[in-house]
Design a protein around this ligand. Sequence first.
Ligand SMILES: CC(C)(COP(=O)(O)OP(=O)(O)OC[C@H]1O[C@@H](n2cnc3c(N)ncnc32)[C@H](O)[C@@H]1OP(=O)(O)O)[C@@H](O)C(=O)NCCC(=O)NCCS
Length: 185
Amino acid sequence: MADEDAFDLSKISIEPIRRKPGRLIQFCGHPEIDDWVERAAYDEHLDGRRRVYCAYMDELEQPVAIYSLLMEVVTVRRPKPIAGVRLTEPFPALGIGYLAVGKQMQRRKLGSLMLADALQRAVALADQVAFPAVKLRAAEPWLIDYYGQRSFLQFDQEDTHRMLVPTRTLIDEARKAADAATHRL
Ligand SMILES: CC(C)(COP(=O)(O)OP(=O)(O)OC[C@H]1O[C@@H](n2cnc3c(N)ncnc32)[C@H](O)[C@@H]1OP(=O)(O)O)[C@@H](O)C(=O)NCCC(=O)NCCS
């Protein structure tokens, strides 16, 4: 990444979607996601079909990145234990959907920041409600590696794009990060 492309991630505020994004020529370049951002994201957030979170930069009214969360019932034939966690058939999971970064902002770690924010919300939710996993579907083949590098594992032999991370793994990682921060003080 060139230096002039760098931007200050601390200027980003990630919060529930503020308003309907309105007409967009293109958001992230993925047609299905672009259509959802323009037409449905805000309404689905309001009517509770999913919660939608956006990254805003101080001076911009339009979001620069987006993702959504909803509880899902995941069906998979004969699920194997994942990282020592037994899964029922079907099993509940917190689903991350429509993770996307605006075209001009891609490859500047904003996608990683949005995913980390979603996983932080999952850990907070797990304090109140038990659910075994956080699940998503990699929209492109290269994203299987992308999510794999961020603790997600494939769980469905028939659809290798379906990935999950056990909630227990997230809680352990959050605890280790908090311990490490305490030791640095
Ligand atoms: C997927 C997405 C959210 C990633 O966000 P991002 O901010 O661009 O990604 P990050 O900056 O966090 O990570 C960048 C890394 O991802 C990988 N990567 C990013 N785009 C890539 C591409 N088109 N092909 C292969 N690898 C890619 C590279 O390893 C890259 O590191 P590098 O820039 O040092 O080479 C973004 O590319 C996007 O919005 N894509 C269109 C919508 C989409 O497909 N969403 C996924 C739904 S599951």
